[in-house]
Write a protein that binds this ligand. Structure first.
Ligand code: DQA
Length: 154
């Protein structure tokens, strides 16, 4: 069974109350529940995890090497700054899709650059909570068409 990690970075625990005009009014739990519904319908195994700490996100990516076929990752502001997360994504050899609720390219200049995008298989931004759903759909298709991209479980 295809196994996917949905990883949420800093400040995303505040979704629902955090700048709802930019990020929408759904809580993180509500978004996770919608993704879980899709996963159950499609026969995917999904685990979700949120942390405000760079090191914990790196640990979650390392752990994903042992069980996940792919990762959906909203790195929050670490998108624009974290070489450590970039190195972790490059190291694990598990396909990662970068996700943003907002259209980062229509916002402040510092959000226009992702240091993670070059080591991800793709990016979805601007569709609110549905960015995650689009990413999940796309990753599912990618994994079907690239079975060789799955890591060897250790
Ligand atoms: C975000 C965009 C980032 O620039 C910002 O720092 C976030 C959320 C998004 O989902 O739109 O925390 O990743």
């Amino acid at each position: 069974m295809t196994a996917i990690l949905v990883l949420h970075g800093p400040n995303l625990n505040l979704l629902g109350s955090r700048e709802p005009s930019i990020y929408g009014s759904l809580t993180l739990d509500a978004i996770n529940a919608r993704l879980m519904e899709y996963a159950q319908r499609e026969g995917l195994t999904l685990r979700t995890f949120q942390s405000n700490h760079e090191g914990a996100l790196i640990d979650a990516l390392h752990d994903a090497m042992h069980w996940a076929d792919g990762v959906i990752f909203n790195p929050g502001a670490y998108t624009h700054t974290s070489y450590a997360l970039r190195d972790a994504i490059a190291a694990i050899g598990v396909p990662v899709v970068e996700v943003h609720l907002s259209n980062v390219y229509a916002r402040e200049a510092f959000r226009h650059h992702s240091v993670l995008a070059p080591v991800c298989i793709g990016q979805v931004a601007g569709f609110g909570w549905r960015s995650y759903l689009v990413a999940l759909y796309a990753l599912q298709g990618y994994l079907t068409e690239h079975p060789g991209s799955r890591h060897l479980r250790t």
